[in-house]
Ligand binder design. Structure first.
Ligand SMILES: [Zn+2]
Length: 192
């Protein structure tokens, strides 16, 4: 690691722009050390040189964690275009007035797991379980088939969550009234 005036001044700038307690006062120390270097051409001790090295090292911002966005454009289109609420077992998809699709806990008042924006990008909150993401990805890939499958597994309509009673609805996973919502649904163009 290069310990020169330039590096110390750069480190000072990093610390000066931070608000955390660790950074507090360190910009000034870096500038003092840079001045020492300038005046004496070196540090007074090995200890001071090591401290300068560490100050530069600590100032470097952590590599931003690269999070690959989860894209669910087909799922978004399914909810948006059909103007649906979908009950998917562990989560419920609701179309918000703003045009985003909310991924919420199916138990009323238990909160939101995240939102899917108009570009189909999921912004998930920390409390969103991986199992919910897995369900969303499954519906993204398999479309209505995956939605029906959840209804079959839960015994509840995937749209309105009412208990399925007649054999045909149970087989479909969606009730006879709700399935009409899909009358104009064009599966092939969305789910290829
Ligand atoms: Zn229904």
């Amino acid at each position: 690691m290069q310990i020169d005036q330039h590096s110390l001044i750069q480190a000072a700038n990093h610390y000066a722009n931070r608000q955390d307690s660790f950074a507090s006062g360190k910009a000034q120390i870096c500038l003092n050390l840079a001045t020492t270097l300038d005046q004496y051409g070196g540090f007074v001790s090995e200890k001071q040189a090591n401290f300068a090295t560490n100050l530069i090292k600590w100032s470097i911002p952590h590599q931003a964690q690269v999070v690959r966005p989860i894209a669910l454009p087909k799922l978004y289109a399914l909810v948006k275009n059909q103007n649906l609420t979908l009950h998917l077992g562990q989560c419920k998809l609701v179309l918000f007035g703003s045009g985003v699709v909310g991924v919420v806990n199916p138990v009323f008042g238990m909160g939101t797991y995240g939102v899917i924006n108009a570009d189909g990008i999921l912004s998930k909150l920390a409390k969103c379980p991986d199992s919910v993401v897995a369900i969303l990805k499954d519906v993204e890939v398999r479309g209505l088939d995956a939605v029906k499958e959840i209804g079959r597994a839960t015994g509840r309509c995937s749209v309105c969550s009412r208990t399925l009673t007649d054999p045909k609805s149970i087989e479909l996973g969606i009730g006879s009234t709700c399935i009409k919502r899909f009358a104009n649904y064009r599966e092939p163009s969305l789910f290829v």
